[in-house]
Design a protein around this ligand. Structure first.
Ligand code: CP3
Length: 356
C-alpha cells in the first residue's frame, strides 16, 4: 500500500496499521460553527448554492483544515443530493431543515424513481471532488460519503425531518415489499454515486445511517444493514487498484457493532452512548472503530474537553484501529476554539498509546 497521501494516519488506522498518534476528524467539521462558513453561505444565498457550486464546496471543505490540525477532509455536500437527483425537489429551509416538494408515498411513486447518473445528474459533486483533490495536494485524505438507503428513505417518505416517523414505519410494517423496492433503488443509486466519488478521487467513504437507531434489531438488519452491505459489496477499488476503506456509521446502533463489522465495513462509527472499550473487546481487531465523544462536551471549558478526550482514548486502549471523532455532528453553537482544543488533545494524549 503506497498511498501518496502525506498524512495517512486516517487510512492507516482504518486498516488497523500502527500510527504515531490517533487520527481525528469531526462529522460536520465544515459548517455553521465557523464564522467563515456563515459568511460564505450568506454570500452564496443558500446552503444548496454552496453544495452545487464546486469552487464554493471546495472552499468550505478546506475551511476547517486551515484552522485545525485535522487528519482528514470530508467532501462538503449532503446526503439528500441523491433523492434530489431522483427528482424529489430538495429545499433546505433555515431553522427547519430539509424539505422535499414531492415525497414518495405510493407504490407508483416508487416505481417511477430513476437511478441518477452521477456524472450527469450529480456532476456538481464530482466536480467538487475534482476541485478539492488538487487543492488538498495530498496533504490529508478526502472522505466521500452518502446516506444509508434507510436514512435517505426516511426523508423521501416523510418529506423532511419527522418526530414519529409514522409514514415510513407504517410502510415498514404495513407494506414491506414497497419499502424493500424503495430501499433497493436507493441502494443502486448510492452504489453508483459512491463509485463515481471513488473514480473522482476520494480516499475513503462513510455511509451515514443517522436513523438506524429508530429500528428494532431485526428490522435494523432487514431494512438498514442489509442494504448497506449490498452497497459495500458493490464498491470498486481506487485508480491504483486498492480497496477504498468504508466506515459505516449507524447512530444508536452500538449494540449491533459485530453485525456491522460482518457486513464488510473497515470501520464502525459509534455514537457516545456506548463504551468504545467494550465495543473493541466485542469486535476485536476485525474492524477499526470511529468515535465517540459526546458532541456536547464541546460546550465545556478546555480542561473538561481534554479530560473527556483522555477518557475515550483510555477506554479504547493501546490498540491499532481507532479513528477519533464525535459521536454525531458538531453543533452550530460550539466555539471554534473548542475544536482546536479537541484536535490537539487527541494528538497529544494519544501518543503514549502508540509507542511500542
Ligand atoms: O461533515 C461534513 O462536514 C460534511 C458535510 C455534511 C453536511 N450534511 C452538511 C450540511 C454531511 C456529511 C451531511 C450529512 C447529513 N445530512 C446527514 C447525516 C449526518 C447527520 O448529521 O446525522 C443528514 C441526516 C443530513 C440531512 C440534513 N442536511 C439535515 C437534517 C440538515 C438540517 C439540519 C441541520 O443541521 O441544519 C441538513 C443541512 C446541512 N447539511 C447543513 C450542513 C452544514 C446546514 C445547512 C446550513 O448551512 O444551514
Amino acid at each position: 500500500m503506497n498511498s501518496k497521501i502525506k498524512n495517512d494516519r486516517l487510512l492507516r488506522a482504518l486498516r488497523r496499521q500502527p500510527v504515531d498518534a490517533t487520527p481525528v476528524w469531526v462529522m460536520r467539521q465544515a459548517g455553521r460553527y465557523l464564522p467563515e462558513y456563515r459568511k460564505l453561505r450568506k454570500q452564496a444565498g443558500s446552503f444548496l448554492a454552496l453544495c452545487k457550486t464546486p469552487d464554493l464546496a471546495c472552499e468550505i471543505t478546506l475551511q476547517p483544515l486551515r484552522r485545525f490540525d485535522l487528519d482528514a477532509a470530508i467532501l462538503f455536500s449532503d446526503i439528500l443530493t441523491v433523492p434530489d437527483a431522483m427528482g424529489l425537489g430538495l429545499q433546505i429551509i433555515e431553522k427547519q431543515g430539509p424539505h422535499f416538494e414531492t415525497p414518495v408515498r405510493t407504490r407508483a411513486d416508487i416505481d417511477r424513481l430513476p437511478v441518477p447518473d452521477p456524472e450527469k445528474d450529480l456532476r456538481y459533486v464530482m466536480d467538487a471532488i475534482r476541485t478539492i483533490k488538487p487543492a488538498l495536494a495530498d496533504a490529508v485524505p478526502l472522505i466521500g460519503f452518502a446516506g444509508s438507503p434507510w436514512t435517505i428513505a426516511t426523508y423521501m417518505v416523510e418529506g423532511g425531518p419527522s418526530k414519529e416517523y409514522a409514514l415510513i414505519k407504517g410502510m415498514l410494517y404495513g407494506d414491506p415489499e414497497s419499502l424493500h423496492s424503495l430501499l433497493a433503488v436507493v441502494s443502486d443509486a448510492v452504489t453508483v454515486y459512491l463509485n463515481a466519488q471513488i473514480s473522482a478521487g476520494v480516499n475513503a467513504v462513510q455511509i451515514f445511517d443517522t436513523w438506524g437507531g429508530l429500528l428494532s434489531q431485526p428490522a435494523y438488519c432487514e431494512f438498514s444493514l442489509q442494504y448497506m452491505q449490498r452497497i459495500v459489496e458493490g464498491l470498486q477499488a481506487d485508480a491504483n487498484g486498492d480497496k477504498v476503506p468504508v466506515i459505516l456509521y449507524s447512530k444508536g446502533c452500538g449494540q449491533m457493532a459485530d453485525r456491522i463489522a460482518d457486513a464488510g465495513a473497515d470501520a464502525v462509527g459509534l455514537d457516545w452512548t456506548v463504551d468504545i472499550g467494550e465495543m473493541r473487546r466485542r469486535v476485536g481487531a476485525r474492524v477499526a472503530l470511529q468515535g465517540n465523544l459526546d458532541p456536547a462536551v464541546l460546550y465545556a471549558p478546555a480542561e473538561v474537553i481534554r479530560r473527556e478526550v483522555a477518557g475515550v482514548l483510555e477506554a479504547f486502549g493501546p490498540h491499532n484501529g481507532h479513528v477519533f471523532n464525535l459521536g454525531h455532528g458538531i453543533q452550530p453553537e460550539v466555539d471554534p476554539e473548542s475544536m482546536a482544543v479537541l484536535v490537539d488533545a487527541v494528538h497529544e494524549l494519544s501518543r503514549p498509546y502508540h509507542c511500542s
